[in-house]
Write a protein that binds this ligand. Structure first.
Ligand code: SF4
Length: 708
């Protein structure tokens, strides 16, 4: 690299929900050097392989550079006018429920805010959902039910201050690598720290675990109902805390005992030994400081919200919450799923963590936005939204920064839906995703390194993404694209944004608007930030408070005062009737397919797939299976296998993994038709969702395999 040309730019890694800070320096020859930010509280000088390779992924030859209508390059004026006219004429003829936005945890908070405002406050529908529905919406429901709002109580330092980390449905070593590094360092520092891994697979994360419970896929709620009953029966209730700060403990315990009669029954239901279950229960009960990390293995389930609450119930009963080194901790998948939640980027949320089905909240937001209308009810969640596109109920869908043609379950049907719809608008930074093939209108968006705004990570820390590259071609920030369309739809007066900071200021102001402390999310002291202050903004955890001397301070940990955000200020135990996955294996489809990430790829590989060094870690998709299952079927390693069920099929080489339970197979999520020809694992994932959260069951599909 040549001499460095400028001061380093501090920004945030665009991949996972850890939200690591990075420093970017550019040489005079244009080469980019990315190093960890030593001071960012998320990573404190660490980065994983994906973060270290960010510089390799900047020159994507497949960038989408110009707006196009039906394959022809047009000006921005023509493109935004066309989008506005199509939306307006459909709304006029068929009503506001006939249009939809499908957005993404890859968007910045400012993009999310403007999209949500246009759809809910000016179009008047809540048909805006996000790919974050696929990764954390069950955790959102669990938080709201237990705490009154979607609140993550913990912070990353709790992982270092605890004596027991329970990892549930999380391959932390590969999916949140910097937090895994922090756990490894914490264990070295504190040899008394114990780690329990609860996961059907023996992943690399098991290397850190003192105890691994390879439970039957989907049986988590039985395990945690059993734990609740064990804690209640063996004198581990934090009696004063439960009495003063919670509701419904008795109901939840009674329900838990119905599904988890005793440890023997739990062990059998979960496919574990009685000794292992007892060892885990005794460890949880006897350790004061426990952090329970839950991730996609819990959330991506037909009963994901209940699993989250079954776990939270155990923390409430023992009072292991709101103090250093304690609490249930949801690790978010995407870099800005949390920011999307803050501005209401889910079909069932409004903005600033307000409820769409609360008439006072609707009036408040409508007053603030000065909008002509407000969505009166929840919109369609991701899977239902694309089903409505398929049925023709939704006649125009605008997809932003995501690739549903390969990421939603039962993708053959999603592709059919997009094929039939005549008004598919896609904003993206690249030109060659599987979804873009169906776009009638293609809009070029900025990406990491070019965008300017904010993201929120898993510990509620809002960090800046700062630009260090020029916009290529005619690409624009998403908030600006949406704003231009809003103007042409007739809403110019209420969409007056010249820079992303204008959006951030409005978002911050809304978070404090008529908030007398009854809502937790509040960053309103930032509503008047200057450009210089926004440029210099350091990461902070919301809610933001003002000290007596006027200085601002973030909130490291929630519920320290035992006050929750329910109407009576008490946390709620949720009675959980444990359920196994909605479908089960059969003679026809005898194997359980599980899905997940590999260490060095991200989503559908549009960025990581361009890096040779990242692609070398796992160079091709495979079907992983237990050698005993392979033996029974006469399969040899490397054989091409057809994986199929009633939804679709894919063909991949076999790879043996002794760490898989017998009867289980595993396929990574990343490879798309673009990268592997025909193998998209979502083709065989069922469109079954959690009835409360709408999150698809992406960890459990009954399939059969045969050699091709
Ligand atoms: Fe980026 Fe996540 Fe790796 Fe941190 S852990 S560098 S946020 S991918």
């Amino acid at each position: 690299m040549s001499e460095l040309s400028s001061n380093p730019v501090s920004t945030t890694c665009p991949y996972c929900g850890v939200g690591c800070g990075v420093k970017v320096e550019q040489g005079l020859d244009g080469a980019v050097k990315v190093t960890p930010d030593q001071k960012h509280p998320a990573n404190l000088g660490r980065l994983c392989s994906k973060g270290m390779a960010l510089g390799d992924t900047l020159d994507n030859p497949q960038r989408l550079l110009y707006p196009e209508i039906e394959g022809k390059q047009v000006s921005w004026d023509v493109a935004s006018t066309e989008v506005a006219q199509r939306f307006n004429s459909i709304i006029e003829e068929h009503g506001s429920e006939a249009v939809a936005f499908y957005v993404s945890g890859q968007l910045l908070t400012e993009d999310y805010y403007v999209a949500n405002k246009l759809m809910k406050g000016f179009i008047g529908s809540a048909n805006i959902d996000t790919n974050s529905r696929l990764c954390m919406s069950s955790a959102v429901v669990a938080h709201k039910r237990a705490f009154g709002e979607d609140l993550v109580p913990c912070n990353y330092e709790d992982l270092e201050q605890t004596d027991l980390i329970v990892l549930i449905g999380s391959n932390t070593a590969w999916c949140h690598p910097v937090l895994y590094q922090r756990m490894v360092a914490a264990k070295k520092e504190n040899p008394a720290l114990r780690v329990v891994l609860i996961d059907p697979r023996e992943t690399q994360t098991a290397d850190l675990a003192d105890l691994h419970l390879p439970l039957k896929p989907g049986s988590d709620a039985f395990l945690f109902n059993g734990l609740l009953a064990y804690l209640a029966d063996n004198g581990h209730t934090a009696t004063a805390f439960v009495a003063q700060h919670t509701d419904n403990s008795v109901g939840a315990i009674n329900e838990a005992k119905t599904s988890a009669k005793d440890v023997v029954a739990v062990a059998e239901q979960c496919g574990l030994s009685v000794e292992a279950v007892n060892a885990f229960y005794a460890l949880f009960a006897s350790t004061d400081k426990v952090v329970s990390v839950f991730s996609q293995g819990v959330n991506q389930s037909s009963s994901g919200a209940d699993k989250g609450n079954a776990l939270i119930n155990c923390h409430l009963l023992t009072g292991k919450i709101g103090k250093p080194g304690m609490g249930p901790f949801s690790f978010t998948g995407q870099p800005n799923a949390m920011g999307g939640r803050e501005v209401g980027g889910l079909a069932n949320m409004l903005a600033a963590h307000m409820e769409i089905e609360n008439s006072e909240s609707r009036q408040l937001v409508q007053d603030f936005w000065q909008s002509p209308t407000i969505a009166p009810k929840q919109g369609l969640k991701a899977v239902d939204l694309f089903e409505a596109v398929h049925s023709g109920k939704i006649k125009a869908v605008w997809i932003m920064a995501t690739n549903p043609a390969v990421s939603l379950p039962n993708t053959n049907r999603v592709r059919e839906a997009l094929d039939m719809c005549e008004n598919v608008i896609v904003s993206d930074c690249v030109s060659n995703t599987d979804t873009l093939k169906y776009a009638n209108i293609r809009l070029p968006a900025l990406t990491w390194g070019e965008r300017n705004g904010t993201v929120t990570n898993s510990e509620r820390a809002i960090s800046r993404q700062r630009p260090f590259l020029d916009a290529p071609g005619e690409a624009k920030p998403d908030w600006q694209i949406i704003t231009e369309v809003a103007h042409k739809m007739g809403h110019a007066e209420q969409f007056q944004y010249d820079i992303s900071l204008d959006v951030f200021r409005e978002h911050a102001a809304l978070s404090g608007y008529k908030n007398e402390g009854e809502r937790c999310f509040d960053i309103s002291p930032l509503a008047d930030l200057s450009v210089e202050e926004f440029d210099a903004l350091q990461p902070f955890q919301w809610p933001l408070k003002e000290n007596a001397d006027g200085s601002l301070v973030g909130t490291q940990r929630l519920f320290e005062d035992g006050k929750f955000f329910t109407p009576n200020g008490k946390a709620r135990f949720i009675s959980v009737s444990a359920e196994m996955p909605a479908t089960q294996t059969s003679d026809e489809y005898s194997l359980i397919l599980n899905t997940g990430r590999v260490r060095d790829h991200w989503h559908t590989m549009t960025r990581t797939g361009t890096s040779a060094r990242l692609s070398s870690h796992v160079s091709q998709p495979t079907v992983e299976l237990n050698p005993d299952d392979a033996d029974m079927r006469g399969v040899k390693e490397g054989d091409l296998l057809r994986v199929h069920n009633e939804y679709g099929e894919l063909c991949l080489p076999a790879k043996f993994d002794k760490g898989l339970r017998k009867g289980n197979v595993f396929v990574p999520i990343h490879w798309t038709k673009q990268f592997s020809g025909s193998s998209v694992v979502s083709d065989v994932m069922p469109p079954i969702v959690d009835p409360v959260s709408g999150q698809p069951e992406s960890k459990f599909s009954a399939v059969e395999i045969e050699a091709v």
